[in-house]
Design a protein. Structure first.
Length: 317
């Protein structure tokens, strides 16, 4: 925190601009403290608040625009890259897709307030084929709201923040050690939870694309569950033949009255490490179904040379 204060004291609006830009590009540098510091400084200079808002908004829009274009061009490959450096790599895309499925383009308005979603939302919007105009409008609204809330927080609580900074300065290196220890504990807990979840999901049985194709051809009693939250950029409006879309968020209580008696269920998705399909298989297994996961998801099906069929698509404004 002391380093951030020194950066802001020396560079002012440039620190705000580059702090936001670097964070929104994906670096683990917190930009929100810069906004708070700008608000504190703006308590004696109202024009500074407007300048800081413009600088933060411009920086964020530049970074988000680059991610949006990358998502539009490269689709899930960009999302997989981001998930590899995420603290929850197997679930980040699944959770972000679910947010878009529930809120649509309004996800961009709240994305920067949700950990993990802020960086993923722009490339996911591009991968889902959102129109550029809609992206710019809703992302601008969300960015301005996020940056404005940080600056407003600094303005409202400038006295308290200034006293806190004085106390941190008095503590010196001790304050830094406490912050590092808390962060290390948080990361260790998240890593432990991720390891435990990964072990449980790894036990779920898999089915290869050729095995699934043979089951389909034999006319077996089979339910193929497409648990993608939305059709992805590289297979718009398409699915594995006979598949039915099941919403992961409501799967635990979804009706299965029309499923064939004793049918086996195969789940698939389009996500890193088959994360959504594994989660769906876990939920359905708890409901008493025999479930397997399609190894490699829809990409594995296509790579094996099998065809897709046309299905209704999820259109974003």
């Amino acid at each position: 925190m002391t380093t951030l204060v020194e950066l802001f004291a020396e560079h002012g609006l440039l620190a705000v601009f580059f702090g936001v830009l670097v964070e929104q590009l994906g670096a683990p540098l917190p930009a929100f403290p810069f906004l708070l510091l700008a608000g504190v400084a703006a308590a004696n200079d109202g024009v500074l608040a407007v300048k800081a808002l413009l600088a933060a908004t411009l920086a964020s829009m530049i970074a988000d625009g680059l991610w949006f274009l990358a998502g539009r061009r490269y689709g899930r490959r960009v999302l997989a890259l981001l998930c590899r450096i995420s603290i929850s790599p197997d679930s980040c895309v699944r959770q972000s897709e679910a947010s878009f499925a529930r809120r649509g383009v309004a996800t961009l308005v709240v994305a920067k307030f949700v950990p993990g979603l802020a960086t993923l939302a722009p490339p996911l919007a591009g991968a889902l084929g959102m129109r550029s105009g809609s992206f710019l409008l809703f992302n601008l609204a969300g960015t301005a709201l996020w940056a404005g809330s940080g600056i407003a927080g600094g303005l409202l609580f400038h006295d308290q923040i200034e006293r806190l900074l004085e106390h941190l300065g008095d503590l010196g290196g001790l304050a830094l050690r406490v912050v590092v220890a808390v962060l290390a504990l948080y990361l260790a807990l998240r890593a432990w939870r991720r390891w435990g979840t990964a072990r449980r999901l790894a036990r779920l049985p898999r089915v290869r694309p050729d095995q699934l194709a043979a089951l389909i051809a034999s006319g077996s009693e089979l339910v193929i569950a497409d648990v993608r939250a939305a059709a992805m950029h590289d297979t718009p409006g398409q699915r594995i033949p006979g598949a039915r879309h099941l919403e992961l968020a409501t799967m635990a209580r979804a009706s299965t009255d029309d499923w064939p008696a004793g049918a086996e269920v195969v789940t698939y998705c389009a996500c890193p490490n088959d994360a959504s399909a594994l989660k769906a298989a876990q939920i359905l297994g708890e409901r008493g179904f025999r479930v397997r996961v399609l190894a490699g998801g829809i990409d594995g099906w296509l790579a094996a040379g099998y065809q897709l069929e046309v299905a209704p698509t999820l259109a974003l404004a």
